[in-house]
Write a protein that binds this ligand. Structure first.
Ligand code: NAD
Length: 251
């Protein structure tokens, strides 16, 4: 027995020709990866985002910032994609889907999604602070950042506060939401700009906005349909209903 909202959401998605799935930290919560607010707990609770997630914080205390990202990287590497990530992958078998994520954990890729825009980079990649040379094969469990051949500190390839998003990624994401019929917004608080403005851009250009989140957010009032609950529970149900409407995938 499904809810009327869920049926309406499935009808809306099944009629769409272009779907953008916009995700935030909430979609990875059921993989055991803390959301931004959850992550500020335990041993690390005494630090604020300016200390741990800004270029200024990194230059002030590279060792502290390195260890914080190393801890999060190990969490990510031990985690597995959850039923929410897998449902998003299954959706692309029946409809054209692009995933635009604020997450840095690489779990959409590991779930199988093929077209992913990582707006905030990846915790699994690195580059050097001064020259932006990319750096591969950086070990976990280092106590401090290694050095690039050019002498600069290696840093995680994530977008920190006070930094701009990769322009190509942001431009493609903006164009996609302007052309989309449906934007599915999953597990984001809608507070971190400029990603938070994408649902508004989508709405202005005529897309239907469907939100999945256990709690209401600033995006909820704008959404055509709000599905209250965890992504790992609701998305498999929703994608099953879409598959029932458009026909099962061929493989
Ligand atoms: P956020 O922490 O600000 O908000 C998380 C949202 O997820 C909240 O609205 C919460 O209600 C919702 N949520 C919690 N459990 C959920 C579930 N099971 N299913 C669906 N939704 C659920 O996250 P944000 O909006 O992504 O912004 C924070 C920033 O922190 C982003 O820039 C992001 O890059 C970064 N971040 C990334 C990760 C990751 O890569 N997994 C983790 C933490 C933070």
């Amino acid at each position: 027995m499904t809810s009327p909202c869920m049926d309406r959401a499935a009808d809306t998605i099944a009629c769409a020709e272009r779907v953008v799935v916009l995700t935030g930290a909430g979609v990875s919560k059921e993989s055991g990866i803390p959301t931004f607010r959850d992550a500020q707990t335990g041993l690390w609770a005494k630090y604020n985002p300016e200390e741990l997630a800004t270029p200024q914080g990194f230059l002030k205390d590279p060792q502290l910032v390195w260890q914080w990202y190393d801890y999060r990287r190990r969490l990510v590497m031990e985690a597995l994609p959850n039923p929410g990530h897998l449902a998003i992958y299954h959706l692309e078998k029946v409809l054209p889907v692009v995933v635009v994520t604020q997450n840095v954990d690489g779990l959409h890729k590991r779930a199988g999604s093929s077209d992913i825009i990582e707006l905030h980079g990846s915790i699994l990649r690195f580059f050097c602070f001064d020259e932006h040379h990319s750096a591969d094969n950086v070990e976990c469990n280092l106590q401090a950042p290694p050095l690039c051949a050019c002498g600069s500190l290696i840093r995680p390839a994530v977008v920190w506060f006070n930094e701009t998003l990769p322009p190509d990624a942001l431009q493609r994401a903006s164009e996609l939401v302007m052309q989309a019929d449906v934007v599915l917004v999953i597990g984001t608080s809608g507070l971190v700009q400029p990603a938070a403005s994408l649902p508004w851009t989508a709405k202005r250009h005529g897309a239907k906005v469907i939100e999945v989140n256990p709690d209401r957010t600033p995006i909820s009032d704008l959404s055509d349909i709000f599905l209250a609950g965890p992504a790992g529970v609701l998305l498999p149900q929703l994608v099953q209903l879409v598959e029932d409407r458009v026909g099962k995938p061929t493989s």
